[in-house]
Structures are given as C-alpha cells and as structure tokens.
Design a protein around this ligand. Sequence first.
Ligand code: PLP
Length: 373
Amino acid sequence: VEERTPIPKQNLRVPGPTPIPSEVLAAQTNPMINHRGPEFAAIARRVTARLQYFFQTTSPVLTFPASGTGGQESAVVNLFSPGDHVVAITIGNFGNRLAKIAEAYGLNVTRIEFPWGQAADPASVEARLKELPSYKGVLLTHNETSTGVTNDLEALAALIRRLAPETLIVVDAVSSAGSIPLDMDRWDLDAVFTGSQKGWMTPPGIMMIAASPRAWEANKTARLPRFYFDWGPARKQLLEKGQHPTTPAVSVFYALDVALEMMLAEGREAIFARQQQAGDYVRGRVRAMGLQLFADHQNASNTVTAIKVPEGIDSKALLKKLREQDRIVFAGGQAHLEGKIFRIGHLGYFTEADLAQALDTLEQRLHEFGFKS
Ligand code: PLP
C-alpha cells in the first residue's frame, strides 16, 4: 500500500463533494458523544428544523447515514409495492439511476427520456403522460448533475398534479436543494431528498429526505421490502427522542449544524441569488473563452456547468494537468459523455475568486493544449 501523505489543498471544482468552510471543518474535531444522549438530540432537532426551512416544508426532514443514492432508494422502497407502475422522467445519468433502482425493486417503470443536455419539456411530458395508463408515482430529477441541466420542476410538478392528482411526485434534489429555489409544500412534491456533500458545505455522510402527508399515507400500504431506509421508525425516533434508529454520522452532524447556521445567516434568497450569479459568471467566462456549453442555454444549471470538450483536445490529459500542476479539480463526463464534456462545480462553499482562478487557469492550459477559440 502507498504511505499516507497529506491531502493537498485544492481548488475542488467538482459538483460535490465541495470545499468546506473552516468553521465547519473544525466542528468535526469535537469529541464524540453518545448518539442517544441529550447533546446529540439537541443537534438533531436543530438540524432537522433548519432543513425544513430550506426544503420549504412543514413535514419533518429525516436524515439517514447515506449518500444521495440512499435517498433515491429510500424514496422507492417507502412509497411503492411490487409491480406498481411509475413514470421516470430522465434527462441524464442520475435520472437513469433512479429509474434503475425502481426496476431493481420490481416496479413497472415507463421512462420518458430527453436527450442529454436538455431539460424535460413540459409539453412533451404532458403529451406522453396522457397516453399512459394510471401511474402510482412520477420520479424526476431537479438538477441533473451529469449534464448541468435544471428541470423546470415547478412547471413539471404542476402539470403532473393536474393530470394525476394523487400520484406521488418523487424529486431527486441531490444537487439542487439548499442552492436553488425548491419549494416542497407549495409545489406539492411528495418526496424530496438531497445529500450533505452537495449544496450544504458539509462532508458526505448524511442523506436528508422529507415526505408529504400524501407520501406518509402511501407509506402505510407500500409493500416493497425495507429496513435500513424505513421512514416510520426514523420519524418516530426523531420526533420522540431526537434520535435515529441506527448510529448517525455524528461528526458530519457537527459539521452540518454549523453549516446550516451559516446558511441561515446568509438567508435562502441570498444564497439563490449568489448561485444565480455564479452560474451566470461561469457561463459567461466559458463562452468568452470560445468554449461551448453542453446544456441548452435556458435550462443551464446554477450549481454545475458542463462544457463540451473542444475538437482535438484530450480532456483526460487536460484535467490531469490541471489537477497535478494547478491543483484545480474539475469533473469529467459520465457514461457516454466521458471524454466529451467536463464539468465545473459551483455549489456549496466557494467564492467568486475560486471560480475566477479555476477559469483563468483553464483558459491558459487550454491554449497550451492547442485550443484556438
Ligand atoms: N442524484 C444526483 C442528482 C446526483 O448529483 C448524485 C451525485 O452526484 C446522486 C443522485 C447520487 O448521489 P451519491 O453519489 O451521493 O450517492
């Protein structure tokens, strides 16, 4: 095995995990406590109440020791029964993952797919849904991290609700919640989940998920097997004791507690405005360099920007150079987009100077690699 060496300081520009503010990092060095004791209960209650503000819901926000994929699985197993018909609206890799999980659990999944780089078009979704037999749920992605596209969730949810008043709207908000507008109750969403390593300025380890009253009703009769991600015991223990059924990621809770305090101090609307600015800034710089955005302009994400690899440029070598020489870490493309796009994360904790430094250096290295705009 390789010897342990210090982790280098980097300009980490992948769409999660994100850099962490020093106050949040420091919080994790607190001593361990009993996860069934009063100190942890106070943290758990505070964290979940503050998460409600960001999810914009009166429903409890449950947490599980997991990553975003755990949120996808948790939503599926808590809401449905074997053979249920669900519709998966997919615009990229993570939408496909949610559909695959539903299939793995024996649901009957109809996919409504859009080309990668585009958002789900509400009119086409409506036309497709009208052709389908009744469906118990609709699974969709708010922000598709693999392509840098944000769906118009409010419009999609409204049309789904109009066509199917009782269907369960399941939203993957892994890379959107806490960063861009997401109004769970007003948009009448039934299950919404995210992960601590994305917009929350916190290390990986905590999955957060909220369920509407309609979803809790469905949970009573849902018959898919579930244990670790079962919402019932999680809600009971949280509300009665400020605890979890299993051992929570205590140190990540310390971090999330401080991060949420910082986010509250900044305010939801101010964060959304800053994210909008960041998106505009990155897209503006990318275009000014002569590069092309992968996402269609209207629906480009304010948390992650996907860029087409210019003709003749070896993106793997470019990202390696940036990582090794400049300590700037971008993300590559996923699935069939490997080598075709690369992605710049701008969510969680960052300053405009971090983005500027990453983009300045990218521009310089691109020219060294022979790119001519
Ligand atoms: N959904 C979306 C939209 C994501 O961006 C990700 C991760 O990037 C996931 C799901 C899966 O999350 P994780 O890798 O934390 O399991």
